[in-house]
Design a protein around this ligand. Structure first.
Ligand code: FMN
Length: 184
């Protein structure tokens, strides 16, 4: 059975991107994956909430895809979450539409892998910095998957970026084709 994947791609400056733009293009190659470029669609930050909720309803897996910026997401993704995940629709009494879906964070960091450890420069893992996304997914009844992280974007080379984009394509393909999780 195949699952529909919605990639919410949030990069404030795609022409300057090395990692995330290559990943977004790779994701677009996968059948069943819809890549939604939020900054291209909403340059004025005015989000079409009904349209976004309709896309979410149709998706089985939602991907928050962005570079890590100040230990979180670029501001448009936060705005998207604030506007789209409304009370009574996404969470709270009577809200059931998102239950049983899965959420994946696909992020890149400027910092190296060693820096994202308890005894490293940043003091916490990337998964720890992504807790607000994990809790958001959980609050809405969704399963939060292990983040898919590219470390060390400042030091990377073209071959590593290509390998990571290929790995992202394979990861999305596998998620698409995996059996859906048991809903508790
Ligand atoms: C405003 C801003 C804030 C950033 N904050 C972080 C950060 O908190 N941690 C980190 O590791 N890298 C940080 N970076 C580096 C980006 O994560 C890095 O440039 C990005 O992952 C590279 O991906 P790209 O090639 O797709 O642009 C920041 C970059 C910018 C522009």
């Amino acid at each position: 059975m195949s699952r529909a994947i919605l990639v919410l791609y949030a990069h404030p400056d795609p022409p300057a991107s090395r990692v995330n733009q290559a990943m977004a293009e790779a994701a677009g190659d996968v059948a069943g994956v819809t890549v939604r470029d939020l900054y291209a669609r909403y340059p004025d930050f005015f989000i079409d909430v009904p349209a976004e909720q309709e896309l979410l309803t149709a998706a089985d897996i939602i991907v928050f895809h962005h570079p890590l910026q100040w230990y979180g997401s670029p501001p448009l993704l936060k705005e998207w979450i604030d506007r789209v995940l409304t009370r009574g629709w996404a969470y709270g009494r009577g809200a059931t539409v998102l239950r049983g879906k899965s959420v994946l964070s696909a992020v890149s960091t400027g910092g190296e892998r060693e820096a994202y450890q308890r005894d490293g420069f940043h003091g916490y893992t990337v998964a720890e910095f992504l807790r607000p996304f994990e809790r958001t997914a959980t609050l809405c009844g969704m399963r939060y998957l292990d983040p898919f992280v590219f470390y060390g974007a400042y030091q990377t080379n073209a071959a590593q970026v290509r390998d990571h984009a290929d790995a992202y394509r394979r990861h999305l393909t596998q998620l698409r084709d995996d059996a859906p999780p048991e809903v508790a």
